[in-house]
Design a protein around this ligand. Sequence first.
Ligand code: NAP
Length: 444
Amino acid sequence: MKADINEFLTALKAKTAGEKEFHQAVQEVVESIWDVYQQNPRYKKAKILERMTEPERVIMFRVPWVDDLGEVQINRGYRVEFNSALGPYKGGLRFHPTVTLSILKFLGFEQTFKNSLTSLPMGGGKGGSDFSPKGKSDNEIMRFCQSFMTELQRHIGPHTDVPAGDIGVGGREIGYLFGQYKRIRNEFTGVLTGKGLAWGGSLIRPEATGFGAVYFVHHMLSLLGKDIAGQTFSVSGFGNVAWGAITKIAELGGKVVTISGPDGYIYDADGIHGEKIDYLLELRATNNDIVEPYAEEFGAKFYPDRRPWEQKVDIAIPCATENEVNLEDAQLLVKNGCFLLAEASNMGCTADAAEYLIKAISYAPGKAVNAGGVAVSGLEMTQNSQRLNWTREEVDGRLHIIMREIHDTCVRYGREGDKINYVKGANVGGFVKVADAMLAQGVV
Ligand code: NAP
């Protein structure tokens, strides 16, 4: 079996040289689903895996804009339309200097399985730019977004491809992108999700990824006979997902003791709750890259240039970016008593860290844990089609059900003796539905 997998991966790597994040994401999925793939000769005959690992379309484009000093700036824009077997392409836009085609291909590939897990009719896609909104004025961000959408608008639409936010793309950026789409196409449609409430957005969308992650953790804990209340959590990042997760953990009686930024991490022994959570939003709004001011504001400890995984906690929830927990971090967490790690970031753990955690503790991958974000984006699309706004309770209630069902799927496909292999469960559960739809739709 190993030899067959290696042969497949060698061929993929030869065709996509240098795309290491994409290779990492494909390898994890292929290893999990290989048995199911072999047992179903129809998949093999139709070359489902070869087709699934080739995006349906990749769009790359120039994004020229003029900064506040009158200088012309040029960034690169992307949209990877990965798989439309289950519905229109759906997935976020990331604006961050680290964005490359490899990163977006890994994210688009993962998104296909994640969207399948939500049971909503959405295909997989991802896009973005190497543009950084950090340190830019509002006008510069608006001009960049308008230039980006001037090209992107010809490739997307409410029945074709519906982007959303991701790192560096929040409500402000979605607003500028939506405004430009509407202006060029002369139509007010649900072409983006994460919109403002007054113009087609959904309640709970900003909180959805973090809330959903905590609902998922709740189900993981239930299987272990435990509860969120009374547990100590380590969270990384201080962005949208971290904020949502911390808000819900505090509400359910857990204690979050860390957040982090590119400058280091904060340890707050009293826990992050109440006005401290509101302060996270203020900190983000300063448009600087640092968490250190939190320490001064609330008398907490700041550890420059270090990561939060060295602290003793019960549960870790990475919420920043890919590969932010390596093997050493994972071993240290477990040594210090951590018994559960749930990735709210996409591919938050390196491959060797994930392999170690699957055996050592209860560990769940991003595509299951953070699927609440895209799930509520899917609900935003439904509300847009109905031209209705649902209540907070209605959206939150549906998010609860979706996260429980994703957890059930992971348990169904991932049970190994008395343990749950959440990686296998999420990959097989997501894969089967996409593969069957591709079979039914012929060789396209
Ligand atoms: P965000 O609001 O922009 O926050 C991202 C956080 O991660 C920030 O604290 C950011 O710090 C840090 N970060 C980003 N890139 C980094 C890098 N290369 N090195 C170190 N730190 C880095 O983004 P978000 O929406 O919370 O997304 C966080 C994670 O969740 C990502 O993996 C994203 O793909 C995933 N996710 C998001 C959603 C969603 O609905 N937003 C849904 C599913 C999954 P700086 O900004 O200061 O660099």
